[in-house]
Structure formats: structure tokens, C-alpha cells
Design a protein around this ligand. Structure first.
Ligand SMILES: [Zn+2]
Length: 357
């Protein structure tokens, strides 16, 4: 068994580390990017690569979807085959595409995340879609990227909404992981991951709102840097160490349920929808203290706390959503059987809580 914990450089000077870190793997690099990401960072990244003594043998957009078609295109590019290393520059979809590519080509991969919404930059899975945008599968890779260069100045200038949704997904990591692992005998790795998941919750509840405020002005504050690291590194560390049984639970299962309503995909972000399910799970599981902390924080930063926030009527029977939720594989490994009735009750209790608070 091999474990590769995330390696990263973080700060407004993160790209200065490219020479000492990536330089060990050669000089010929291929850059594979998302269009917006490239526009956001090339003025800083190109001089940093030059300073690091790198030769760019290819520079190409990955496409617009994390699809196997795009992986195939990149894998068959002779310039990329000739590179000593690959750089994935972008958000989750670009990085996931290039992670699959690097695995196939057996090349070292460095990631340059330009938004902070997921932990894709440091994990060893790729979430793949059809070219049409429909979810296809999660690919398990043999190892994560070698190193992530996290330029906080560039992330601070990215659209606020990605960081906000990233917060929702990150809080859920702690709420779901501690729930699904409860009562089990854990390996060293799993226990390490479950304990690390606290970093996805308490520090964010404490200073996350302040960080999001700083983000609005584009300022790289102390709190913002911590938030970015908790979203990318703490969540990524949990993802790598706990294994597939403990990565998710009701919050993600609910998200899959909600996705049967077309307006959800159209008007709401993944982390936003997941965060509602995470609140529900805390309430269903009678985690009073954490529920109150999370509810207050949701209100403070305007994450959803009730069905209306997801454009669903409070008296919606939800049969379609719950039917998909209860059979979702994220609910296969939880401490007790979660039924549609239990979720329905939690939804009603949460609506009532909203009325009273
Ligand atoms: Zn998620």
C-alpha cells in the first residue's frame, strides 16, 4: 500500500517554487489549461516557468469537459508525449482530465488550481463526464499529482461563487466522513483522514465568513489563505486517506436525488446543494451542537437552510428525489439504515427550525 499525502506551495509567490520542485523532474513541460484559467494566470505563470528554466513543448486548452475524448486527444499529442512533465492549469474539470492523461502517459503531473472550489488539485480520483456533460464515472488513479502550486492572489480574483460553493462541499466532508466511519475499526490511514476532516469544519465555521468577505475585495487575507487550504488540502487529504466508504453519506446522496430536478443543475452549484443535505444529515442524526453551528454559519454566508433556497416548495412531496437518494451508493456504508421517512422527517424539522430561528 502506498500513501501520497498532498504536496503543495501556497501564497502569492507559489509559482516561485516551480524551479526547486518541478525542476527535479526535467526541463520540458507541457501546459494543459482551461481557457479562463489560462487568461487569469498566464501573465504570472509564464515568467515563473522561464525563471525556472523550463522549456514549454506544448501549450493547449484541455477542451470544455472532463471527458475521455479529451483525454484521448491529449494522450495522442506527440509534443505532450515528448514532455518530461505535465502542468494542469484550471478548475476541477481541467485538472481531472489531465490527471487521467498523466496516468496513461506515466508522466509526473503538477497542478495549478486557479479557483478554490474542490480538492481536485491534490486527489487521486478523476470525475469524468460524457461530452454532453452527463456524469459518466469516477476513475481511481494510482497516485495524486506530484505537487500543487496554489497562487492565492489569482484565486482571490476568481469568481466569488466558486469559493462559496467550495465551502459547502468542504463542511460536508467532515459531517459525512465522521458519520459514515462511526463505530468502525479504522486503519491508521482512515483514522488519520477522519481526524483531519475536523479541519474541513471548525476552522471554517470560525473564520470562513471573514475569508469570504476578504475575497470580495480580492484581498489575500490570513483567513482567506486558510480557507483556500482547507478547501483544497484538508478535503484532499481526507479524500486520499479514508477510502471510498467514508468519503460521503447523506449530503452527497441527497445531491444526486436533487439532480433529478433540471433547475437544480441549471441554477445551483454542487457544493451549495450538498451543503443543504449536510444540514439535514446533522439534524436527522441528532448532532445538536454541530447542527446549530452549521445552521448559524449557513445563515451568515447564505448557504441554503430550507427547500425554498433550492427553489422547491416546502410542501413538495419529494418522492422522486427521495427515491433516488435512498438507493444511492453513498448510503451503503453508514452506521444505520437511512430511510425515506427519516429524511422526510429531517426535512420537515429543518423547515420548522427555519420558522423558529
Ligand atoms: Zn462534493
Amino acid at each position: 500500500m502506498n500513501t501520497y499525502l498532498p504536496h503543495f506551495s501556497c501564497g502569492v509567490d507559489a509559482y516561485e517554487s516551480i524551479g526547486p520542485v518541478a525542476g527535479l523532474y526535467g526541463k520540458k513541460c507541457a501546459l494543459i489549461y482551461g481557457e479562463k484559467a489560462w487568461a487569469a494566470c498566464n501573465e504570472e505563470l509564464l515568467p515563473a516557468l522561464e525563471k525556472a528554466g523550463m522549456t514549454i513543448v506544448e501549450s493547449v486548452c484541455y477542451g470544455h469537459e472532463a471527458s475521455f475524448e479529451n483525454v484521448e486527444k491529449i494522450v495522442s499529442n506527440p509534443n505532450i508525449q515528448n514532455a518530461d512533465m505535465l502542468f494542469a492549469i484550471g478548475g476541477g474539470k481541467c485538472i481531472d482530465t489531465v490527471k487521467c492523461t498523466a496516468e496513461q502517459l506515466a508522466k509526473p503531473l503538477f497542478t495549478v488550481p486557479t479557483i478554490s472550489s474542490t480538492c481536485a488539485a491534490v486527489t487521486k480520483i478523476s470525475v469524468m463526464y460524457e461530452e454532453s456533460g452527463v456524469f459518466k464515472e469516477v476513475v481511481n488513479l494510482s497516485k495524486p499529482p506530484v505537487h500543487a502550486f496554489i497562487h492565492t492572489g489569482i484565486i482571490a480574483k476568481s469568481p466569488d461563487i466558486y469559493l462559496w460553493a467550495g465551502v459547502g462541499d468542504t463542511l460536508a466532508k467532515y459531517i459525512e466522513c465522521t458519520f459514515s466511519a462511526r463505530g468502525d475499526v479504522l486503519t491508521f490511514e482512515q483514522e488519520f483522514g477522519v481526524n483531519t476532516s475536523r479541519m474541513c469544519f471548525y476552522p471554517i465555521i470560525e473564520t470562513g465568513a471573514k475569508a469570504l468577505e476578504a475575497k470580495k475585495t480580492g484581498e489575500v487575507s490570513f483567513e482567506l489563505e486558510k480557507l483556500i487550504l482547507n478547501i483544497i488540502i484538508s478535503t484532499g487529504t481526507v479524500s486520499i486517506t479514508v477510502g471510498e466508504n467514508y468519503n460521503s453519506a447523506l449530503a452527497h446522496a441527497m445531491n444526486y436525488g436533487f439532480s433529478c430536478r433540471p433547475h437544480i443543475e441549471k441554477n445551483h452549484l454542487h457544493g451549495e446543494v450538498v451543503s443543504y443535505g449536510a444540514l439535514l444529515q446533522l439534524l436527522m442524526d441528532n448532532q445538536k451542537e454541530d447542527f446549530e453551528l452549521a445552521y448559524k454559519f449557513h445563515k451568515e454566508i447564505k448557504l441554503p437552510t430550507k427547500l425554498a433556497d433550492l427553489e422547491i416548495a416546502a410542501d413538495d412531496p419529494m418522492e422522486d428525489i427521495l427515491a433516488i437518494t435512498v438507493v444511492n451508493k453513498e448510503l451503503e456504508h453508514v452506521p444505520y439504515k437511512v430511510t425515506a421517512e427519516m429524511i422526510k422527517k429531517a426535512i420537515a424539522d429543518l423547515e420548522e427550525y427555519n420558522r423558529l430561528h
